[in-house]
Design a binder for this molecule. Structure first.
Ligand SMILES: [Zn+2]
Length: 287
C-alpha cells in the first residue's frame, strides 16, 4: 500500500518543469482523479529556485548518502539535506511510501523514469509507465543499494526520479512540461492500480541499466581536448558500438568508442560541466 506520496520539484533550482508542476498543483490542487491519494507537493531548494541556479554551494541531490547525513553539514545544501532528512526521514525510517523527485536535463533524453531498484514494485511501475507512455525511457540505476545513493529521493521508503529533456537550464518549455506532467500522472495512475490490487499483467519492457560516467578527454592541465561528436549529440539512448565516433577533438579528429555496445545518455548535460562528464553509459535489458 502506497499511503503517502511526496512530489518534489526544485531540488535543482534551475530545472523549471518540476518547479512549475509543483507550483501548479499546490495552487490548483492535484487533478481530481487522484484526490483519493495522500499527496504532498513540495519545493526543496528555495534559495536555489529564487536565484535560478542549480544549487547555491553544493549539489543538493548528492547530499543524502548515509556518510554525509551522519557528519556535521559543511555547506548550505548539506544543512538543507539534514533538515529534509529530519522532516521526511530519517533515511531508512521514512513514512513516505513513494518520493517522486522531478528533474529536467539539457540532454535529449525525452521523458525518462529513473528507478533505483528492480524489485516487484518498481518492475511493475516501469512496465506500467512504459505501456502508458511508449516513448518513455526507463533508466535503472541499481549499481548500488538504494540506501547508498546520494539522491534526495532515497530518503523515501521508495524513491524515483522523473528526468525530462532537452530543456535549457532556467527555461520552461511547454513540450517538456507536458511530458513531465504525463509521466507524473502515469505514476499516480499506477499507484491507484497498485493500491487497489488491479495492476494488469504486463509484459517485460526494455530498460537501460546504468554502467558508468565517461569524462571528456583532458590534457595534463585538465583542459578539454575534444567536444561531443555531432553524430552522438542529441542521440541519447541510441546504441553506440565499437568504432563509432563519440568525441571530436579540437584538431578535427573523431575519437571512437572502444568496447561493448553502449546506450549513452545525459549526453553533454550542462550541469556536469564542472565534473567534465561527457555522457553516461548503459546497457539495454528487459525488466
Ligand atoms: Zn536535476
Amino acid at each position: 500500500m502506497i499511503a503517502n506520496i511526496t512530489i518534489v520539484g526544485g531540488t535543482h533550482g534551475n530545472e523549471t518543469s518540476g518547479i512549475q508542476l509543483v507550483r501548479n498543483w499546490q495552487q490548483f490542487g492535484v487533478p481530481s482523479a487522484y484526490k483519493g491519494l495522500s499527496i504532498d507537493c513540495y519545493l526543496s531548494n528555495m534559495a536555489a529556485i529564487d536565484a535560478n541556479v542549480r544549487f547555491v554551494e553544493e549539489d543538493l541531490n548528492r547530499q543524502f548518502t548515509p556518510a554525509l547525513l551522519a557528519r556535521q553539514p559543511q555547506c548550505q545544501e548539506a544543512r538543507l539535506a539534514h533538515a529534509l532528512n529530519q522532516q521526511w526521514g530519517p533515511k531508512g525510517e521514512s513514512d513516505i511510501d513513494l518520493l517522486i523527485d522531478i528533474h529536467n536535463t539539457t540532454s535529449a533524453m525525452g521523458a525518462t523514469l529513473i528507478i533505483l531498484q528492480a524489485d516487484e514494485f518498481h518492475t511493475q511501475l516501469a512496465r506500467y509507465v512504459k505501456q502508458q507512455m511508449p516513448e518513455a525511457n526507463i533508466l535503472v540505476e541499481d549499481e548500488k543499494p538504494p540506501a547508498e545513493h546520494a539522491y534526495l529521493c532515497s530518503i523515501g521508503k521508495r524513491g524515483i526520479m522523473i528526468e525530462v529533456g532537452a530543456q535549457p537550464q532556467g527555461v520552461l518549455r511547454a513540450d517538456v512540461y507536458d511530458l513531465t506532467e504525463r509521466m507524473a500522472l502515469a505514476i499516480l495512475d499506477f499507484v491507484k492500480a497498485y493500491n487497489s490490487d488491479s495492476v494488469p499483467e504486463l509484459p517485460p519492457c526494455d530498460v537501460f541499466r546504468f554502467i558508468e560516467n565517461i569524462t571528456f578527454p583532458l590534457s595534463e592541465d585538465g583542459e578539454r581536448l575534444a567536444m561531443i561528436h555531432p553524430a552522438l549529440q542529441d542521440n541519447d539512448f541510441a546504441p553506440v558500438s565499437a568504432g563509432e565516433p563519440v568525441f571530436l577533438s579540437f584538431d578535427g579528429q573523431p575519437q571512437t568508442w572502444q568496447g561493448e555496445t553502449i546506450y549513452p545518455h545525459f549526453i553533454n548535460e550542462a550541469a556536469y560541466h564542472k565534473l567534465h562528464v561527457a555522457f553516461a553509459t548503459a546497457t539495454k535489458a528487459q525488466l
